[in-house]
Design a protein. Structure first.
Lengths: 658, 109
């Protein structure tokens, strides 16, 4: 193998070989194409499925097979081991592999049409995507190799067989159309393509099949009567294409040529082939599958299988559901049993607890009864004891009190109260309290009198203050008068400005006739004499009144002081007496209480009380007397001028002459 | 379907021009929709082949398939159909490898 062909099919990967130019005629490009620019195969599948999808009344089944014719043997390219058997064939030299005769793929004539028979994959495809994927997978396993002439020379004929079975749902008949798409390997001249050995064998087979095809085409190109036997059987390729060439098929033959001038000869040969094929006439007819062919059988079988699987699945689901239900039921039963056991447990526990409760309650009742009995016994004993005590007490009392001594209280009162003694004492006490109340009332009356006196005193003081106020006013007037008199004497106003008498003076209501001067003006000398006289008169009057008032005030304040002292003394005395009486009473009461069990003291309290009353009477008399005295003194002092009257000194320094 | 039958469809397709083909002299050309002209230095070698379809190098895959589509449609009606492509695999001129790069897998070993 020349170096340029080194990398190839053995590694299964694309050899990246750079050649000066790309040769090849574009057969594979036309049929298969590339992913970006698909060829006839892919486009046909798309079209078949789109057309099948349009009619809803027809059932369409599409079967796909991909084969290759390599060294005059068919190989299934869709099989999982695609390429393996061929590789064995390649490695094993020229001996064809032993294959079971029944499994061997052969072309058989079935009546007027040829079909493939043997063990090969017939894929049921549902969508063009699946089909194209399968085809791409299959073609990847196809035998190609880079030769000197082409980097990816097809070393086998690839056959894509698509069977379209269409069943009309209403009619029993169905149609079966087969579409063969064949990508032939290229013919080449061995001595120039540079292949040897294995590749040479391939080339030999390729050329044989192609020459057989050429022969068939030549034969078919002749008129029917000159034709004779068409050599279809020379090659498996021509056998396969028997229908396509002059049989029951519509055929499109595409001659792919390279327009390069160097390939001129090849191109012309190829075109001559094609021109020969032009004369071939086919007799295509619709393949109606009336006798329920194997396809229908296969379909039915498949449908049955699918149904069976569906049923199995449904059964499985049912079984699963049932088992799950069974499981659930079992679970529930177990739960029930568990709950019942629990209930039984609880019941027994409850019974035990109840029994225990009964025991406890009975025991309690027993204890209660015992306790009650004991209590009653004790009560009885207590009662007896009390009786005894009372008896003994009565016995002892009988010695002290007359037999008809009233017994008060019940069993629980240990000693009877000496009621008579207490009653006498109480009466005494009540009398004393009444006395005290009377004293309190008298004291209150005295206090009222005192208040009256104080009010009177206040009144007097008010009068004195008024008089004082009057005196002060008069003094002020007198001084003002004096000042004005001096001013007049100096012929000026008291504030120093010269005096001009235009208007009559305000304090001269009556002016003697002889004061008036001929021109209606007052004579200052006459006026002054008049004023002096008036002043003296007023001063003497004022001083007399003031003296009287001062004497009165002094007398009043003295008598008030005396009265207050008397009151205070009297109040203190009374209070002392009252407290003494209260204390003695308290003493008496406590003594009476402490001496209760014994007989009451015979006369002591009465004597002391009498004494107290006498004292009280005496006190009252004295206080009244003193009060009377006070009253009389105050009255006499206010009535007559018997008290000493002294003239106030501030009046004495008043100037008697001016 | 007449007694004469139906002629098979024959088409010729010129390989699309690739980048490596620049400056290579071409001897084939398409004329019209169904003629392939073979140009040659000698006048006697010149040919004109007429087919059902003739596709130049600039015809797209979709345009090619447009002529194959009726056959595919007939398959759905129950007819058999065959589409096959043939052609020479290369020329007789010796190859001139510039470089051979091993596959990446091999490099990784």
């Amino acid at each position: 193998m020349p170096p340029c062909c080194s990398a190839g099919t053995d590694t299964g990967s694309e050899p990246l070989t750079l050649l000066p130019r790309l040769v090849g005629s574009g057969k594979t490009h036309t049929m298969i194409g590339s992913c970006d620019d698909p060829g006839i195969v892919t486009r046909s599948l798309d079209r078949i499925f789109s057309l099948a999808g349009q009619s809803s009344s027809r059932l369409t089944c599409v079967f796909l097979s991909v084969l290759e014719l390599y060294n005059n043997e068919f190989f299934d390219l869709l099989a999982d081991s695609a390429g393996d058997s061929r590789k064995k064939l390649q490695k094993g030299g020229f001996t064809p592999q032993k294959v079971n005769r029944r499994d061997k793929i052969e072309v058989v004539r079935n009546g007027s049409q040829s079909s493939l028979k043997g063990k090969f994959t017939k894929l049921t495809v549902q969508s063009p995507e699946v089909a194209v994927a399968a085809i791409n997978r299959a073609l990847a396993a196809r035998a190609t190799s880079g030769t000197c002439l082409n980097d990816r020379s097809s070393r086998s004929h690839a056959i894509v067989s698509i069977q379209v079975q269409q069943a009309d749902t209403s009619a029993s008949a169905s149609t079966v159309g087969s579409l063969y798409m064949v990508d032939l390997a290229g013919s080449e001249r061995l001595k120039l393509s540079g292949v040897t050995g294995e590749a040479q064998t391939e080339a030999v087979h390729i050329n044989t099949s192609l020459s057989a095809l050429g022969n068939v085409l030549t034969a078919l190109g002749k008129p029917t009567r000159e034709r004779g036997l068409v050599p279809y059987r020379d090659s498996k390729l021509t056998l396969l294409l028997q229908d396509a060439l002059g049989g029951n098929s519509k055929t499109l033959m595409i001659a792919c040529v390279n327009g390069a001038a160097e390939q001129h000869q090849h191109a012309v040969v190829c075109l001559q082939y094609a021109a020969r094929a032009k004369r071939i006439r086919n007799f295509a007819s619709i393949n109606v599958d009336t006798d329920k062919s194997s396809e229908i059988e296969a379909l039915k079988l498949e449908v049955g299988l699918l149904k069976q699987r569906l049923l199995d699945r449904a059964r499985e689901v049912e079984a699963a559901r049932e088992s799950s239900e069974h499981f659930e039921l079992a679970e529930k039963a177990a739960e029930c049993e568990r709950l019942q056991a629990l209930m039984q447990n609880h019941e027994s526990e409850r019974l035990a607890l109840e029994a225990r409760l009964h025991q406890v309650v009975n025991g309690r009742q027993m204890i209660e009864i015992q306790e009650n009995d004991k209590f009653r016994e004790l009560q009885h004993q207590l009662f007896l004891h009390n009786e005894k005590l009372l008896e003994s007490y009565r016995d002892s009392q009988l010695h002290k009190y007359p037999p008809n001594w009233p017994v008060r209280g019940d069993y629980m009162t240990p000693y009877p109260v000496p009621c008579l003694t207490v009653g006498a004492n109480r009466r005494e006490l009540e009398a004393k309290e009444a006395e005290l109340e009377g004293k309190r009332q008298a004291e209150a009356a005295l206090l009222r009198q005192q208040e009256e006196l104080l009010a009177r005193n206040q009144e007097l003081e008010e009068r004195v203050r008024k008089l004082e106020m009057e005196r002060l006013k008069e003094t002020a007037e007198a001084s003002a008068f004096q000042a004005s008199k001096e001013a007049i004497a100096e012929c000026r106003t008291p504030d120093g400005s010269p005096l001009i008498f235009h208007t009559p003076a305000p304090i001269t209501p009556e002016v003697p006739q002889n004061w008036a001067v001929g021109d209606g003006r007052f004579h200052p000398v006459a006026l002054q004499t008049h004023c002096d006289e008036d002043m003296e008169r007023r001063a003497s009057m004022t001083s007399g009144a003031l003296g009287q008032a001062g004497a009165l005030t002094r007398k009043l304040s003295g008598s008030v002081k005396k009265m207050a002292g008397g009151f205070r003394a009297f109040g203190a005395f009374n209070m002392a007496r009252l407290s003494d009486a209260g204390a003695s009473l308290a003493r008496r009461r406590s003594s009476v209480e402490s001496e209760q069990p014994g007989p009451p003291p015979a006369r002591s309290s009465g004597v002391s009380f009498q004494k107290l009353r006498d004292e009280d009477e005496e006190n009252r008399g004295s206080s009244k007397r003193s009060l009377d005295a006070l009253y009389s003194s105050s009255l006499t002092s206010s009535d007559g001028p018997s008290a000493i009257v002294s003239v106030q000194p501030n009046l004495n320094h008043r100037p008697q002459s001016s | 379907m007449g007694s004469e039958g139906e002629a098979i469809l024959v088409a010729a397709r010129l390989r699309p021009q690739l980048s490596g083909d620049d400056g290579i002299k071409q001897c084939l050309s398409v004329s019209g929709s169904n003629q392939v002209l073979v140009s040659a230095p000698r006048e006697s070698d010149k040919h004109a082949f007429t087919f059902d379809y003739a596709w130049g190098g600039d015809v797209s895959q979709a345009e090619v398939f447009a002529q194959a589509a009726p056959l595919v449609d007939s398959v759905l009606d129950g007819f058999n159909a065959t589409i096959f492509a043939h052609g020479p695999s290369g020329d007789e001129s010796p190859c001139h490898p510039v470089a051979v790069l091993e596959p990446i897998q091999a490099l990784n070993h």
